[in-house]
Design a protein around this ligand. Structure first.
Ligand SMILES: Cc1cc2nc3c(=O)[nH]c(=O)nc-3n(C[C@H](O)[C@H](O)[C@H](O)COP(=O)(O)OP(=O)(O)OC[C@H]3O[C@@H](n4cnc5c(N)ncnc54)[C@H](O)[C@@H]3O)c2cc1C
Length: 591
C-alpha cells in the first residue's frame, strides 16, 4: 500500500482545521501538513454560520465581563482557566482575521460593529452581515493557500486512527474518488471534525455532521466529555430545521405565541439594565436570554397549549412566531438579508410582511473529545479543536457567537502544541501503520462489499433520531433516558446487519453514510448514557426528575469511555479560578 506522510495531520477543513493549518505555518513553515476533509473545505459547516463571533472590542466592555458571561452561561461547568485563555486571545484573533480579509461590518464612524447576542450582557458579537461563517471561512481558506507546506486531501474520508506504541501516528482514509483506503502518517494528528447534530431529527446541522471525530477518538480510548449537554437553538424553521439566526433577535425581533403574546416575559428572562440603550429599546429584550432557557420556555408553552400547530412535510409540529416586521424592510435588508432569503425560500414567508414560524432545533454539541487547555487528549499524539472538542469553555450551555471564536483560539492552540509534540517525537512506525491501513481496507471490503445485510441505513438512522428526540431532548427523565439507552443498544446490534446495495467504487456515498451511521451510534451512546448518569438539571441538561442543580455531586465534567458493553462514565473536577458558582439569574424583563 502506498504510504503518504506528513509531520502533522489535520482532520477537517472547517474553521478549526484551517486555523490550525495556518498556525503550523506561522510556527514553523518547514513542517509539512496534511489537511484531510471529507468535503471540499468550503463546504464545511462553518460556512453556514450566520450571526457572528464574540470578542471584546468596545470601550465599555472588558475581558472579565466576557469571561463572566461565558461562565454564567455555562451554568458554571466551563473550565475557568480555559475561558480566561479564550477571552484573552479572542480580540487578537478577530483583528488578525480582518487583516486576512474578513470584511467585518462597520459602524458609520468606521469602528467594528458589534451586535447583542443571547446571554451576553454587553454587545460584543462581531459580524459580517448575517453571513459571518461564510466570510470567516473564505478568509481562512485564502490565507491557508499562502503556505506551501500544506497538502490538502479534499474528499478523503477518515475511517480510523492509526495507533502504534500507544501513540496516534496517522489515519486510514478512503480516497473517495478511487474508493481506496490509504495510510497517511503524521507525528501528531489534530481532529477538527465538527459536531454531531445529525443524531437528532430536527437540526440546523449539515448532513455531514455525524460525530466522526468524536467516535474516532472514543474508539482509541479517549473519553468524550460532557456529552449530555446538547444545545437546542430556539429558532429553527419547522420541517427542515434550517436556522434563523439569533441575530434576528439581536436586531430586535420578538417571539410571540398563538395569542400574539410575548410569552418570554413569563419566564424570568431579560437583560440587566447595563445594556439598555435608549436608541435601541429592543436590544434589552428578553428574547436575548440564553438558548437553553428560551428552548425550555417553548416546551412550557407547548404544555400550556399556547403554541401554533403547523402542518409540515414531516407532520404537524408546534411552532411560535418570530416577528421582525417592526424593524422595517430597509433594516432587514441591511442587517439580516439572509434571514429574509431563507424564510422566503424555505418557509414561503416574507418576514417584512409576515411573522416566521419557528421551533427549537438541535444546534450544537457542548461536549466532545476531552482535551486539556492546549488541545491535547490523553492519548499521546492526538489533539482536537473546534466543535468536536470539549476544552471546555461551553460547559452546560454555550453562548451563541462564542463558537466561531473558539475555532480560532483553540485551533491555533492545538496546532502549537501539536508542533511541539511532533518535534519531540520524530519517529513513526511506517510498517505498523501500513499494516493497520491494509487491515482497514480488508474489513471495509468484507463488511460492505462482500456481504449483504438485512437492515438498511435509513431505518436505523430514523429510529436513532426518534429515540434521541423522545428520550434525550430538551427535557429528560430516568425513564425516558433508560428507554433511549436501551434502544441504542439494540440499534448497535442491528447495525451489524446493515448492508449497502451500491457496490460501486468511486464516490460511493452509500458506503460513507453506512460508516457515518456507525460514528453516530457511538456518539449517541455517549450522549444518552452521560445524560442518564447526571442526576441534576444544569444548563441544557434538564431532568424532570431532578429539577435542581446539584453542585455538591455534579459540579463535574462527565467522561464517557468506550467499553465492549455500555460506556463507563467517570467524572472530572471543573477548574474554578475566580468565579465561584452562583445562581444563574438573567434579571426580570421590564420593557
Ligand atoms: C447553521 C449554523 C449557524 C451557526 N452560526 C453560528 C454563529 O453565528 N456563531 C457561532 O459562534 N457559531 C455558530 N454556529 C456554530 C459553529 O458554526 C460551529 O460550531 C463551527 O463552525 C464548527 O466548526 P469546526 O471547524 O469545528 O467544524 P466544521 O466547520 O463542521 O468542519 C468539520 C470538518 O471536518 C471534516 N470531517 C468530518 N468528518 C470527517 C471524516 N470522517 N473524514 C475527513 N474529514 C472529516 C469535514 O469535511 C469538515 O471539513 C452555527 C452552526 C450552524 C449549524
Amino acid at each position: 500500500m502506498e504510504f503518504l506522510n506528513h509531520d502533522i495531520l489535520i482532520v477537517g477543513g472547517g474553521g478549526a482545521g484551517l486555523r490550525a493549518s495556518i498556525a503550523i505555518g506561522e510556527e514553523n513553515p518547514q513542517l509539512s501538513v496534511g489537511v484531510i476533509s471529507k468535503v471540499y473545505p468550503m463546504r464545511s459547516h462553518t460556512i453556514s454560520a450566520e450571526g457572528g463571533a464574540a470578542a471584546v472590542i468596545k470601550a465599555n466592555d472588558s475581558l472579565d465581563a466576557h469571561a463572566r458571561d461565558t461562565i454564567t452561561g455555562s451554568d458554571w461547568l466551563a473550565d475557568q482557566d480555559a475561558v480566561e485563555a479564550f477571552v484573552n486571545e479572542a480580540p487578537k484573533e478577530m483583528i488578525q482575521l480582518e487583516h486576512w480579509g474578513c470584511p467585518w461590518s462597520r459602524e458609520p464612524d468606521g469602528h467594528v460593529a458589534v451586535r447583542p447576542f443571547g446571554g451576553m450582557k454587553i454587545e460584543r458579537t462581531w459580524f459580517a452581515a448575517d453571513k459571518t461563517g461564510f466570510h470567516m471561512l473564505h478568509a481562512l481558506f485564502q490565507t491557508s493557500l499562502k503556505y506551501n507546506n500544506v497538502t490538502r486531501y479534499d474528499e478523503w474520508f477518515v475511517t480510523r486512527l492509526l495507533v502504534d506504541d500507544g501513540r496516534v501516528q496517522g489515519v486510514a482514509a478512503i480516497e473517495l474518488r478511487t474508493g481506496q483506503v490509504r495510510a497517511i502518517g503524521g507525528k501528531a494528528v489534530i481532529l477538527c471534525t465538527g459536531g454531531a447534530g445529525r443524531i437528532f431529527p430536527f437540526t440546523t446541522n449539515a448532513a455531514i455532521k455525524t460525530g466522526d471525530g468524536m467516535a474516532l477518538a472514543y474508539r482509541v480510548g479517549v473519553p468524550l466529555k460532557d456529552m449530555e449537554f446538547v444545545q437546542y437553538h430556539p429558532t429553527g424553521l419547522p420541517g427542515t430545521g434550517i436556522l434563523i439566526t439569533e441575530a434576528a433577535r439581536g436586531e430586535g425581533g420578538i417571539l410571540v405565541n398563538k395569542d400574539g403574546y410575548r410569552y418570554l416575559q413569563d419566564y424570568n428572562l431579560g437583560q440587566p439594565l447595563d445594556v439598555r440603550d435608549p436608541r435601541h429599546p429592543q436590544k434589552a429584550s428578553m428574547e436575548l436570554g440564553p438558548r437553553d432557557r428560551l428552548s425550555q420556555a417553548f416546551m412550557k408553552e407547548v404544555e400550556k397549549g399556547r403554541t401554533i400547530k403547523l402542518e409540515t412535510a414531516v407532520g404537524p409540529v408546534d411552532v411560535v412566531h418570530l416577528d421582525v416586521r417592526h424593524l422595517g424592510e430597509e433594516k432587514i435588508n441591511k442587517k439580516i438579508p439572509f434571514v429574509r432569503e431563507l424564510a422566503k425560500n424555505y418557509a414561503g414567508i416574507d418576514p417584512v410582511y409576515e411573522p416566521i414560524p419557528v421551533r427549537p432545533v438541535v444546534h450544537y454539541m457542548m461536549g466532545g473529545v476531552s482535551t486539556n487547555i492546549e488541545g491535547a487528549t490523553i492519548v499521546p499524539g492526538l489533539f482536537a479543536a473546534g466543535e468536536c472538542a470539549c476544552v471546555s469553555i461551553n460547559g452546560a450551555n454555550r453562548l451563541g457567537s462564542n463558537s466561531l471564536t473558539e475555532l480560532l483560539v483553540f485551533g491555533a492552540r492545538a496546532a502549537r502544541s501539536a508542533v511541539k509534540f511532533a518535534a519531540d517525537h520524530p519517529q513513526i512506525n511506517k510498517d505498523a501503520l501500513i499494516a493497520q491501513a491494509e487491515d482497514e481496507q480488508r474489513q471495509i471490503t468484507q463488511r460492505w462489499f462482500q456481504k449483504d445485510g438485512s437492515e438498511t441505513i435509513a431505518a436505523i438512522r430514523l429510529e436513532l433520531n426518534k429515540t434521541m428526540e423522545a428520550g434525550c431532548g430538551i427535557y429528560r427523565s430516568e425513564e425516558s433516558l433508560k428507554k433511549t439507552c436501551d434502544d441504542i443498544r439494540k440499534l448497535k446490534e442491528r447495525y451489524h446487519n446493515v448492508g449497502i446495495s451500491d457496490k460501486s467504487i468511486s464516490f460511493n456515498t452509500e458506503l460513507t453514510a453506512a460508516i457515518e451511521l456507525g460514528f453516530m451510534l457511538d456518539t449517541a451512546e455517549a450522549v444518552a448514557f452521560s445524560a442518564l448518569a447526571r442526576q441534576e438539571s444544569r444548563g441544557s441538561h434538564q431532568r424532570t426528575d431532578f429539577a435542581k442543580r446539584d453542585d455538591e455531586k455534579y459540579l463535574k465534567h462527565s467522561l464517557a469511555y468506550r467499553t465492549d458493553g455500555d460506556p463507563r462514565i467517570e467524572y472530572l473536577d471543573v477548574v474554578i479560578t475566580k468565579w465561584p458558582p452562583a445562581e444563574r439569574v438573567y434579571g426580570q424583563q421590564t420593557s
